[in-house]
Ligand binder design. Sequence first.
Ligand code: HEC
Length: 105
Amino acid sequence: MAGLALLLTACSGHASGERAGMIRGDGARGRSVYLERCAACHGAEARGTRLGPSLHALAPSWNEKRIFVAIEEPEAPMPKLYPSQLTRRDLADVAAYIDGIAADK
Ligand code: HEC
């Protein structure tokens, strides 16, 4: 891995401002974030457990940005992991990873 991560800051400064500000995610790195932080509830293959739903069945309208927001501002009982346990980059990477598996239903 190259030591320099190219973070594309897409701060478009629109209505929802900071909350909508996303960096481009790296799905491969997102997979390791997923396994560390999410798999306990959503399953190693994201097919769900008793503690959390499968993430393969997200509606087609769930794009990477929508997934990002769902993790950034989760609905209970999904725990709020950002910013205490996830960095903004983790969020973007894990959203890219989930977007990839959600497309592959
Ligand atoms: C403590 C268990 C737990 C952990 C850890 C957890 N989740 Fe969840 N997650 C849930 C539950 C429960 C829901 C369903 C919330 C609801 O009923 O709306 C959920 C919902 C979601 C949804 C929305 C799914 C939908 O169909 O509405 C996404 C996306 C998601 N989680 C991704 C993640 C990611 C990515 C991580 C790791 C960064 C993570 N979750 C960590 C329990 C968890």
